[in-house]
Design a protein around this ligand. Structure first.
Ligand code: MEV
Length: 421
């Protein structure tokens, strides 16, 4: 298939573009990887130049006890161990009473940057005037309890830009649209009063005033059954040391935090939140002291292990793609239709469960035995095994530590022969 010139491609109708994409999908995979008419209609309205859907597995992690309430968490992710690990971590943490969580208000910030002006122009910016200009744009938000919370102005010395920050409570939305609209609304006034020219108007994904936190305490006697040959005390000590390691060595911090985001990004995707914004704010927050550090904190306290995770989490439960996507709606319903702060609290608990499960495995048995089991099942699938067959053959491959396709095919033949008598 030749790749058409961009100008030709853009002129194709949506269905022609879809057919072009599907010509790349192997025939046997068409029913899985091509969009039905309904799915295509949805994709077409969610993104421009849509050609189909990208099938990412969705799983449910059970065992979460968050602020005294049981949750089953929908997670969309391609990595095999993530959902099982989140549920396993949550299950152990529930033995000690589960997670306690909290979240700050949903404050989002947008910025107007003005060039060709002067530091003295800061004095001419009238915040009362800005509030008046913003009132009609933010009226609906104010009716829902949100609205403008703060205005800051400052001078950026290196670039010689004026910066105007609008801090807005966006209620249950992620808020990008409304804060960007607000910034563009006041741009003409700011240009005229500063006698400058706006370079750009845009939100910041930093979201440092929108943090969520989850914590737990696990007495040693509750941790002990899961320590695989180590004592609970030593396991807890090693988990604490693993966190100190992430704080000292940025190479480890990247992976430590990636493990946390395994769960958070999967929940964000399942609920059609902006995964890139959520990743960006988490990693920026982890580098706030000038060096990448652990997002989580573990310590040994009063006869047990204490774990805590705090990070900015700009989650939405309305707006964007969330309202339109039936999968996102179902995921939110499963979570009890949380507001955005509650979703952020759940996400923090998921991240902490994920991190705890990873550290527990890493400092005891190591993670590879678990991971190879999933890898083996995938080899079995490649060999043609489906459903229970793939799991049975995968388990056998893992037992034999033989991960070859040939062995998987052999085992599949034998299994089917035995079944057919
Ligand atoms: C794998 O997706 C995540 C881990 O690497 C996280 C970690 O090392 O903490 C297991």
């Amino acid at each position: 298939m030749n790749i058409p010139a961009s100008s030709t491609f853009r002129k194709l109708t949506p269905l022609e573009k879809k057919a072009f994409w599907e010509s790349f999908i192997d025939k046997t995979g068409l029913s899985v990887a091509s969009a039905s008419q309904e799915q295509f209609n949805l994709a077409d309205i969610l993104v421009e130049q849509a050609v189909g859907i990208c099938v990412v597995p969705l799983g449910l992690a059970s065992g979460f006890l968050i602020d005294g309430k049981a949750y089953i968490i929908p997670l969309a992710v391609e990595e095999p161990s993530v959902i099982a690990a989140a549920g396993y971590g949550a299950h152990i943490i529930a033995q000690g009473g589960g997670f306690t969580t909290r979240a700050e208000a949903s404050i989002a910030e947008s910025y107007i940057y003005i060039e060709q002006s002067d530091i003295s122009a800061l004095e001419h910016i009238d915040t009362a005037k800005l509030r008046n200009l913003l009132a009609p744009v933010l009226a609906r938000l104010e009716n829902r309890g949100g609205g403008l919370r703060d205005i800051k102005t400052y001078w950026l010395h290196e670039t010689k830009l004026i910066a105007v920050e609008l801090a807005i409570d966006v209620c249950d939305a992620m808020g990008a649209n409304i804060v960007n609209t607000a910034a563009e609304t006041v741009k003409p006034y700011l240009e005229s009063v500063t006698k400058g020219k706006a370079l750009m108007c845009i939100l910041s994904n930093a979201s440092t005033n929108r943090k969520a936190q989850a914590e737990f305490f696990l007495p040693f006697e509750k941790l002990a059954p899961f320590c695989k040959g180590f004592s609970a005390e030593d396991t807890a000590r090693r988990i604490v040391l693993a966190t100190q390691l992430a704080n000292e060595d940025p190479n480890r911090a990247v992976t430590h935090n990636k493990g946390i985001m395994n769960g958070i990004a999967a929940l964000a995707l399942a609920t059609m939140n902006d995964t890139r914004a959520i990743e960006a704010q988490a990693h920026a927050w982890s580098a706030r002291n000038g060096k990448l550090e652990s997002l989580s904190d573990f310590s040994v306290q009063a006869g047990g292990l204490y774990g805590k995770l705090e990070l900015p989490l700009a989650c939405g439960t309305v707006g964007g793609s969330i309202d339109l996507h039936p999968g996102a709606q179902a995921a939110l319903k499963l979570l009890g239709n949380p507001d955005s702060r509650q979703l952020a609290r759940i996400a923090a608990a998921v991240g902490l469960a994920q991190n705890f499960a990873a550290l527990l495995a890493l400092v005891t048995t190591g993670i590879q035995s678990g991971h190879m089991k999933y890898h083996a099942a995938r080899i079995a699938y490649k060999a043609g095994a489906r459903g229970e067959e793939a799991r049975t053959i995968g388990a056998q491959l893992a037992l034999e530590k033989n991960y070859s396709l040939e062995r998987a095919q052999e085992l599949l033949c034998k299994l089917r022969e035995n079944l057919n008598g």
